[in-house]
Write a protein that binds this ligand. Structure first.
Ligand code: ATR
Length: 286
């Protein structure tokens, strides 16, 4: 047994999520369900890490032999400074949400954007090739999604933001990756008649201020796909109105589940039990 412990074999897999606040995180419930469903002996803990303690916390991952951690608000950008390696996608996006510890070498990934795209493809649009997409917002979430989206060969991606310059800047930065255009929210209204998919990445409509929409839902063409990253509530005002107009709707629950699914696969090398994970999140949403 002692020999095994020296090799680490007999110990449970240590996993967790670092953030501030962290008490509300659904990741522990989701990953515990994943470990259970996969028959893996592991522990996934919420780790309350305050600003100013992140460097030591990341050192702790190494010292304590955690196999990996998720990183959430407000640490996704700063954490990049404390890692040994950063995946190419995460570097381009400028944020890390998953750390994998390979024998003391810490590598950072971003599974948010690829998780979202996997969810969108499985749940609403199997093939994104040739699609015209309007992305609302150009913050961290939008960056992950646009980066992953451009790999799917869409015909055109328009990013519209309240602060138009931020969207234009993003379009300039990634102009080599595909047909990407940045504009303000007013211009987005003009683009709407020519899009197949609208994706809201802003927090407009999120609990505790539901009811609001990032753009006038009256302008949504019927028959398109409307997706909202928000999953609390599961149906935002934007999605409710879109459904009334005959659009296909898609919420952010799948993004959360699949970003965790990718992380689980990186840590364990096993396929993520997506249904068990989704059920655990739905249960913890109450
Ligand atoms: P996240 O990581 O969730 O994307 P973020 O990086 O802070 O968070 O980005 C928030 C995005 O939502 C931004 O695009 C922001 O627009 P601005 O760049 O103009 O700030 C957008 N956003 C937030 N609140 C908004 C509101 N009330 N109306 C419109 N857009 C809003």
């Amino acid at each position: 047994i002692i020999e095994k412990e020296r090799e680490g074999d007999a110990l449970p897999l240590l996993l967790g999520v670092m953030g501030d606040p962290i008490i509300q995180s659904k990741s522990p419930a989701m990953h515990r369900a994943a470990l259970d469903a996969s028959g893996i002996a592991g522990i996934y803990v919420p780790l309350h890490v305050r600003a100013g303690s992140l460097r030591e916390a990341v050192e702790g991952v190494r010292a304590l032999g955690f196999r990996g951690v998720n990183v959430t608000v407000p640490h996704k950008v700063e954490v990049m400074s404390y890692l040994d390696e950063i995946d190419e996608g995460a570097r381009a996006i400028g944020a890390v949400n998953t750390i994998v510890n390979d024998d003391g070498v810490l590598k950072g990934y971003n599974t948010d954007g690829i998780g979202y795209i996997r969810s969108l493809k499985r749940e609403a649009v199997p093939d994104l090739g040739g699609k015209r997409v309007l992305v609302l917002g150009s913050g961290g979430a939008a960056r992950g999604i646009v980066h992953a989206l451009l790999r799917e060969n869409p015909a055109r991606v328009t990013v519209a933001n309240r602060t138009a310059e931020k969207a234009r800047e993003l379009a300039r930065e990634w102009s080599q990756l595909g047909s990407l255009y940045g504009c303000g929210m007013e211009e987005a209204a003009g683009v709407l008649p020519e899009v197949d998919i609208v994706i809201n990445t802003t927090s407009v409509g999120m609990y505790p201020v539901p009811g609001r929409t990032p753009l006038d839902p009256g302008l949504l063409p019927s028959g398109i796909v409307v997706s909202d990253l928000i999953y609390n509530p599961l149906r935002t005002e934007l999605l409710l109105q879109a459904e009334r107009k005959g659009c296909t709707i898609h919420n952010g629950l799948g993004m959360f589940v699949y970003q965790g699914g990718y992380a689980f696969e990186y840590w364990t090398g096993r396929p993520a039990p997506i249904d068990a994970m989704r059920e655990a999140v739905l249960d913890s949403l109450g």
